[in-house]
Design a protein around this ligand. Sequence first.
Ligand code: NAD
Length: 250
Amino acid sequence: MAHMEFAGTSAVVTGGVSGIGLATARLLAERGARVAVLDRSADSAPVDAEQLRCDVGDDASVRSAVAAAAQRLGGIDILINNAGIGARGTVADNDDAEWHQVLDINVVGIVRVTRATLPYLRRSRSAAIVNTCSIAATAGLPQRALYSATKGAVLALTLAMAADHVGEGIRVNCVNPGTVDTPWVARLLDAADDPAAERAALEARQPTGRLVSAEDVAHAIAYLASPSSGSTTGTALPVDGGMQGLRVRR
Ligand code: NAD
């Protein structure tokens, strides 16, 4: 029997068609939330949720999708800012246009969706925002200069938002996943010269010896979003198989 801790709440999940967002939308729905998935993809998300096309890089698209979600769900209590894109390279490798694009989606995207959602959250008695950050915000990873800069900004933004909105009863937290076995990572592996060796190297980097699953991250997001977590705000929860904090010997 699932915990129906989200019964009576409405949740919006960005990037909910795939990977971490899809697993989160599923889990919140299983635990009783009415869910809307906002995604730029037209693919249909295999989950019991409203699905709305939305590009978090476009303010008009965000405003109309958030308004439609609030209308269909009867309000919004929970916002999961999860949509994001990757970038590979050192500071020498990405041109200005790519820097602006990835910052625009990963950081300003959170700003746009949150700004449009705040009026609904202010009316909620269990308002919570969870941002999908990354271990890239807290550990130096090679070939991830631009991506890491965006996630460092997401971590700082999470803390600033938590401070700004705690007085109006809106909690703000983030999860910091390690390498998660999602279609995103599958695409990276496919592009490697030796995908099996690359996967083995990523698994070996995890103290648990396996990649993080999308469901592992969804459970952490659900914990932070839950109406039962009323005193948890301004935190970053690692979901990284021990990658950030442990130094194990094999
Ligand atoms: P994914 O590619 O499987 O899913 C991302 C989803 O976001 C897709 O459905 C995509 O259509 C959507 N999306 C992308 N750009 C969008 C936009 N402009 N507007 C609306 N939707 C958009 O990726 P994932 O691995 O599930 O990643 C989700 C989040 O988790 C990202 O923020 C990513 O940075 C973060 N993350 C992933 C990993 C990992 O190893 N996979 C690790 C740490 C953090």
